[in-house]
Design a protein around this ligand. Structure first.
Ligand code: GDP
Ligand code: MG
Length: 494
């Protein structure tokens, strides 16, 4: 029989702690830890102000929900959670939560804060039925390096350990982070470093970086996203960045979010533009687009709206697609723009890196929360529980894998390039399922999986036992051997 899953082990520990602390001051915090284990993974979208965070959130949800640019709500941490109905709840600093009236203005939520000043709002929670939110709760943040330091500090408090009401050593309120970079500012690296707390519990595994507003990187030229992809690769190869996050993917969030909500009227307006003899001249600069060729049947505000929604890159691309007869309807165009935006690639990464390991990430957050609470509220009856929690933490192979990825990335384990690559694969860097770990195609049969796993098993076992292997290599190889054993067990016959 396979051992209980990590979330079940941690769930049982939290249950036992709840029994010991029933009616005591630690009960609410323990209950919150228990709830968190059964909720979707919490993923925060972070980065500097105007990095394109709210726009990317809208793209991921596939609806224009979050307000972008200015407005008081962009200064508040907002949680988007899967809900049965549409509902917005304001959690003030101190005092009970209350429901807020809202309406939608051009799709975006227009929320009346009901007289509460933004600095007195702890967070907004938006309940919204949407498929992506069933997989993960998305948290929009106001941004680091905010014009107002207060707002920046609030974001950091959310993401770094010892969030809202936990002790210093408690987990952060989120399980994983999508971090948006436009250029690598010193500040970005400093923040990413602060997010890792140097212990087993804050590792690159839970941060994915997005090279945001990717269409602007190559000056909105036709191959802008190709340029952005090369920049992203360079960032991803940078030792400092590698040590802090798993991958860097370029995404043109604005294009993705507008494509998701592409309207028939917009398609017709772009079609009109595409058939104009002046189109090439008009698309040279924003000024020309807004004021040139007045006889074209597009009002100034219609032109401004197009530019606002798709950006210069998006418009140029859309015009080209229509002119070359690649697309002939709003649906076609939406699909092509979405593909070009890079969002599908990010979705895959989120599914592999976050959703695919939600259990491990949540178990880790819960374990940290539990240990912090037990230390803060020591009871003789709970001493054994603290030891149990430590034992689960030390014994969980899933955590050992996470630590090893980090060590490999920091250069602490002297392996050659091929071994490093295969070790990272085996540890699930590009996907946590067995076939991904073995570098096999998704349709590889069980025999192929067994054979590949056996080869890797032998190879790392030899490495572990070889007298010339250093201590670091030996330790790493033993973790990899166990990973192979897990796969062999999973695919065992009879
Ligand atoms: N060209 C372009 N503009 C973008 C993109 N994403 C966001 N923007 C624009 O950048 C500005 C700031 O975006 P917003 O999402 O509010 O950034 P936030 O402060 O990080 O939430 C807005 O005017 C967006 O329209 C993008 O992918 N491409
Ligand atoms: Mg924002």
């Amino acid at each position: 029989m396979s051992p209980p899953r990590l979330t079940e082990q941690v769930g049982a520990l939290v249950g036992a702690a709840l029994a010991v602390h029933a009616g005591g001051p630690a009960e609410p915090a323990l209950r919150a830890v228990a709830d968190r284990l059964s909720e979707p993974l919490r993923v925060a979208i972070a980065g500097r102000v105007k990095a394109g965070k709210s726009t990317l959130l809208n793209a991921l949800v596939g609806q224009q929900l979050a307000a972008t640019d200015a407005g008081e709500c962009t200064r508040i941490v907002t949680w988007y959670v899967d809900g049965l109905t549409y509902r917005i709840t304001l959690h003030p600093r101190g005092g009970p939560p209350r429901q807020l009236p809202f309406r939608r203005l051009h799709g975006a939520l227009d929320i009346a804060l009901d007289g509460v000043a933004t600095e007195n709002v702890e967070r907004l929670v938006v309940d919204w039925p949407a498929p992506v939110l069933r997989e993960m709760t998305l948290i929009d943040t106001p941004g680091m390096g905010s014009t107002s330091t207060e707002v920046g500090l609030r974001t950091e408090a959310l993401l770094t350990p010892g969030g809202a009401d936990d002790a210093e050593d408690g987990p952060s309120d989120v399980d994983a982070v999508v971090y948006l970079i436009r250029h690598v500012h010193g500040e970005d690296v400093r923040f990413l470093e602060a997010f890792q707390d140097g212990s087993v519990d804050r590792r690159p595994i839970n941060t994915v970086a997005v090279l945001a507003r990717a269409d602007e990187v190559g000056h909105a030229k036709p191959d802008a996203l190709g340029v952005a992809a090369r920049v992203a690769e360079r960032y991803a190869a940078d030792q400092r960045i590698r040590a802090l996050c798993r991958t860097v993917v370029p995404v043109a969030g604005l294009l993705a979010s507008s494509a998701a909500g592409l309207r028939e009227t917009e398609y017709r307006a772009i079609e009109l533009l595409a058939t104009s003899l002046d189109v090439d001249r008009l698309l040279v600069t924003a000024d020309r687009l807004l004021a040139g060729t007045p006889e074209l049947d597009l009002l100034a505000d219609e032109r401004a709206a197009l530019l606002d929604r798709f950006g210069m890159f998006g418009l140029r691309l859309a015009v080209r697609l229509i002119r070359d007869r690649h697309v002939a309807s709003a649906t076609d165009l939406a699909r092509e723009l979405l593909t070009a935006s890079g969002l599908p690639a990010l979705r895959t990464i989120l599914a592999d890196q976050f959703a695919g390991r939600a259990d491990v990430l949540k178990a880790r957050s819960a374990l940290m929360g539990l240990e912090a609470i037990l230390r803060r509220h020591p009871l003789p009856a709970a001493v054994g529980l603290l030891h149990d929690a430590e034992r689960v933490r030390a014994g969980a192979h899933e955590f050992a894998e996470i630590v090893l990825v980090d060590r490999l990335r920091s250069g602490a384990v002297p392996l050659d390039e091929v071994e490093l690559h295969e070790a990272e694969l085996l540890l699930g860097v590009t996907g946590a399922d067995a076939r991904g770990r073995l570098g096999l195609p998704a349709d590889a049969g069980p025999d192929t999986v067994r054979k590949a796993a056996a080869e890797q098993h032998l190879r790392w076992q030899r490495r572990a036992e070889h007298p010339a292997s250093s201590r670091e290599v030996g330790q790493a190889a033993r973790v990899l051997v166990r990973t192979c054993e897990g796969i062999l067990g999973e695919f065992a016959t009879g």
